[in-house]
Design a protein around this ligand. Structure first.
Ligand code: ADP
Ligand code: MG
Ligand code: MG
Length: 904
């Protein structure tokens, strides 16, 4: 078993394919060598050694790899002509971690390892640059102390002990920048740092290079099991067995003077995807100085530099003198770097993110990896590579992280304007997008202002179903209370509307119609802007740009359509949502929740009247009022979905959700209905249930009050006939909720069929329709073979199915699921990501048993999971006919479904 892989001078024992064994960094360092690029020589200790370390501990592993490491160091010595632990001609190295997936939370890199009082002197002499030698030494003691000896503070709020010392020294000297410290200052710093180390560890700073090296290597392995890393792995589902590799590499120095530099570069623009090489560098700097924000980094290309200067308001002369691009300051290195970037892209067939250092005019590559990118860049880069013939269509689709497509569907802020904008509050990024509007404080005001063509942001303490119409017309919603699953957040996400929730520091006053944020009082009509992707609230009107759904995005959607085997439908309750979803490519409606229509306008009154009636006649009267309203909505939805199936679910929620709970509203209702307040109160009380989610709801309502099912069926069938008469291709599918037994579905199917037949007779014409059920009670999945004798289709309602399979109440679970997640009891929230292991078995059983009875049974999913990529793939692979999700998740589901088909 080979445990240590060397690289250097155009040769390497590893290569890019060996990512699992060598980690991403190590594999790519090897590959860059093989591609003939200038890479400082070094070696990689494998991820398998890390696992052994975790198992057997430090001593065993050091014994195990000691010989190999010594041989590898000798290899580096021979390539560099320097000697490790030799004061006369010292070889210094970096020790770097590197797992398969890039992982924050791992050990930070230690640079300049191998230094001590003797080597610093010879380094100063050999380089003729004592400042460089002492700067390197100072950095080394600091990094080693922080990273290997554990002196780095655990929280960001605490100050690094070394930074504190340095600040003091700079203050005493009256300077601001590290570069203003001279050799004596740096010598003094090293001394003070070592004292700090002794105070902290009780031991002297290790002088032996070998002791330092083993300290560094073991610290990398230890960091695999540190708290931060474990937490990150848990959240990102990275298995512990992956382990991290350790890279040890000869140092090159970007801090050797003004002919040296260090920087990062991207082969394309990571924000826009534009095919434009770009990056930043710093002269006379080392390691991560560029990203640390100590000095202002300069641009690599002239073009980038000019763009940057324009944004900063810096004149061309000033730019050239003070902040020249690398193309101007070191043209040869810049040209070589660009050529390397091109070759790396050509090799990896993807955008590269690179790190480099220039030592005394010579370029060295230190890292390359596929670059992180925004959703927009992800789409553009993949499509550009496809057009350039670099990758094929399937690869293009597989390059999509479906979730990220969401970023492309919402308005975004103008970048330049955003830089100038002032943040006045911060809440949760509840629903993505950007919005600017005038502040209003109620749904009615929102509607009134919107009527006058004004753009508004609805500001509420929290929202409730009554706010729906106001939310629909607002540009965005800001709430003071409520989390990521609050009413406002869930509804806004469904609408694709920007929402910032739970901005605890703002003060909302409904009476005065004011909100106080960032020390300023905003009155009704004042402008604010929201970023639903970050949770930031800005003062004033920050201009936004609308999303562009054609172009590359459209091309990706077309590719998805070409490869998918699963239809994507949408969950939509209004004609408006249905249209929106169709724009995104939805092919039908998988779930139309009729009760959502009950909150519009005056309808709620008729609904309440129906609920409060004491007899069938009273209920029928009230239902008569509802009939034309529901019919009208269905007509709009059929029209929007011309040619596609529309699944309409019969009334589902427990009735107490519709009745007023406040005395004032109860009084009003009592008056309207000619009842006493006491009678209304008594009725409301009688609807109270201990466990409403398991109570009188779903088909249990339709079975006990068949007149509701009759009315809804009539509204659906009449709407279908009306639309058919207007030449629209209608495919109504009536869905019975919460069925658990054959008898239940039989009962409701009978009511539906009798009612439909009646309508057909009245009208003298008919339309084909289907009757099916949601599979959302575990018993329905278990007896799916029986239920399929009646049902034309199944739609898995995985929200309720998850709730009942786990026995987790959806409304109460957030409280403990958060804890469960943090403590590794669950990996993901089963209400977000379908639990394939448990709930998935019921889904599989439901599909198989159902189709065993009725091979042509249409099957789909309509829970929240229908828009979550891994769940979509699961359903697609089970052979479902469709998945259904909220409109803004349709594109995500389309790409995930296509990926599932490609994966096979
Ligand atoms: P990360 O994984 O956090 O990017 P790296 O291992 O890439 O950490 O190292 C951090 C910084 O140190 C990078 O800027 C890298 O360029 C620099 N660095 C690492 N090894 C060397 C080396 N041998 N010579 C010079 N700089 C190095
Ligand atoms: Mg780092
Ligand atoms: Mg790096």
């Amino acid at each position: 078993m080979k445990r240590v892989y060397t690289f250097g001078d155009g040769k390497a024992e590893g290569n890019a394919e060996m990512r699992n064994l060598l980690g991403g960094k190590g594999a790519n360092l090897a590959e860059m060598n093989l591609l003939g690029m200038p890479v400082p020589p070094g070696f990689t200790i494998t991820t398998e050694v890390c696992n052994q370390y975790t198992q057997d501990g430090r001593d065993a592993v050091v014994r195990l790899i000691q010989k190999d490491v010594e041989a590898a160091i000798a290899h580096v010595e021979s390539l560099t002509g320097k000697k490790f632990d030799d004061p006369a001609n010292p070889l210094l190295v970096s020790v770097r971690s590197g797992a398969r997936a890039s992982m924050p939370g791992m050990m930070d890199t230690v640079l300049n390892l191998g230094m001590n009082d003797a080597t610093v002197a010879s380094l100063a002499e050999k380089s003729g640059n004592p400042r460089f030698a002492w700067d390197s030494y100072r950095r080394f003691v600091q990094m080693y102390g922080d990273v290997v000896l554990g002196m780095k503070p655990k929280s960001k709020a605490d100050i690094d002990p070394f930074e504190e010392i340095m600040e003091k020294v700079k203050e005493q000297k009256g300077v601001k920048l590290d570069t203003e410290l001279d050799v004596d200052d740096l010598k003094n710093l090293v001394k003070l740092f070592k004292v700090a180390v002794k105070d902290f560890t009780g031991k002297d700073f290790p002088d032996s290079a070998w002791e330092q090296l083993w300290g560094g290597i073991c610290a990398v392995f230890d960091s695999w099991m540190n708290e931060r890393a474990i937490l990150y792995r848990r959240m990102n589902q990275i298995p512990e067995e992956w382990g991290t590799a350790v890279n040890v590499q000869a140092m090159v120095y970007g801090n050797m003077g003004n002919n040296s530099a260090t920087g990062v570069a991207f082969s394309r623009d990571a924000a826009t995807g534009e095919n434009m090489f770009n990056g930043e560098y710093l002269i006379n700097a080392q390691g991560e100085d560029v990203v640390a924000g100590i000095r202002t980094p300069q641009q690599i290309t002239v073009e980038g530099s000019r763009r940057w200067a324009a944004l900063q308001g810096i004149s061309e002369d000033d730019r050239k003198n003070k902040y020249p691009s690398l193309e101007e300051s070191m043209p040869d290195c810049a040209a070589e770097l660009i050529a390397i970037a091109n070759r790396l892209e050509d090799y990896y067939k993807d955008m590269q993110d690179m790190e480099f250092t220039i030592q005394d005019g010579k370029l060295w590559m230190l890292q390359t990896r596929n670059g992180k990118r925004t959703g927009a860049a992800m789409v553009k880069i993949a499509m550009d590579l496809l057009r350039a013939g670099q990758i094929d269509e399937k690869t293009t689709l597989m390059r999509m992280e479906p979730q990220k497509l969401d970023e492309l569907l919402h308005p975004v802020f103008d970048k330049a304007a955003l830089k100038r904008a002032k943040v006045v509050a911060k809440g949760l990024p509840a629903s993505p997008g950007a919005a600017a509007g005038q502040v209003v404080f109620s749904a009615e005001d929102a509607e009134a202002w919107a009527e006058k063509k004004k753009k508004v942001v609805l500001v509420r303490i929290e929202t409730s179903p009554e706010d729906l119409r106001g939310m629909a017309v607002a540009q965005g919603i800001l709430t003071m209370r409520g989390g990521m699953t609050s009413h406002a957040a869930v509804v806004a996400r469904g609408m694709g509307k920007c929402c910032v929730s739970g901005a605890g520091e703002i003060k909302v006053d409904y009476k005065a119609k004011t909100v106080e944020m960032g020390g300023k009082v905003y009155n009704e009509g004042d402008w604010i802007s929201l970023n639903g992707s970050t949770g930031e609230v800005y003062d004033g009107q920050v201009p936004t740009t609308e999303p562009e759904l054609g172009g590359d995005f459209g091309a990706i959607m077309n590719l998805a359509a070409k490869y998918t085997k699963t239809l994507v439908r949408t969950n939509a309750d209004t004609p408006r949502d249905a249209k929106q979803a169709r724009n995104f490519g939805a092919q039908g409606i998988g779930l139309c929740r009729t009760e959502h229509m009950f909150f519009e306008g005056d309808r709620i009154k008729a609904v309440r009247e129906m609920i409060l009636s004491n007899d069938v006649d009273g209920r029928r009267n009230a239902l008569k009022k509802l009939l034309p309203m529901q019919r009208g909505d269905f007509e709009g939805i059929f029209e929007a979905m011309d040619g596609y199936g529309v699944t309409i679910r019969l009334l589902d929620p427990p009735l107490h959700e519709f009745v007023p709970h406040q005395t004032a509203t109860q009084k009003e209702l009592a008056q309207e209905m000619g009842l006493t307040l006491e009678e209304v109160k008594a009725k409301v009380d009688s609807l109270e249930e201990f466990n409403p989610m398991l109570g009188h709801r779903g088909c249990r309502l339709g079975i006990t009050y068949p007149e509701i099912t009759e009315m809804q069926t009539r509204a659906i069938i009449e709407a279908a006939l009306n639309m058919k008469a207007r030449g629209i291709d209608v495919h109504p599918e009536i869905m019975i909720p919460l069925v658990g037994t054959l008898k239940e579905i039989q009962n409701q199917a009978d009511v539906i069929n009798i009612t439909a037949a009646k309508v057909f007779e009245e009208r003298g014409e008919s339309v084909p329709y289907k009757v099916g059920t949601m599979i959302e009670v575990p018993r329905a999945a278990l007896t799916a073979d029986q239920i399929a004798t009646v049902a034309d289709f199944f739609s898995f309602g995985t929200n309720d199915l998850t709730q009942m399979t786990f026995g987790y109440s959806r409304d109460d679970a957030p409280k403990f699921l958060k804890f469960y997640k943090e403590h590794g009891i669950i990996k993901t929230d089963p209400f977000e990501v379908l639990d394939q292991e448990g709930v998935g078995q019921l889904v599989r059983m439901g599909v198989e048993k159902g189709r065993a009875t009725k091979p042509e049974l249409k099957v789909g999913i309509c829970g929240e999971h229908g828009g979550e990529p891994s769940s979509v793939k699961f359903c697609a692979k089970l052979g479902m006919n469709y998945v259904s999700c909220s409109p803004y998740r349709v594109p995500i589901a389309r790409v995930a479904a296509a990926q599932a088909a490609i994966e096979g």
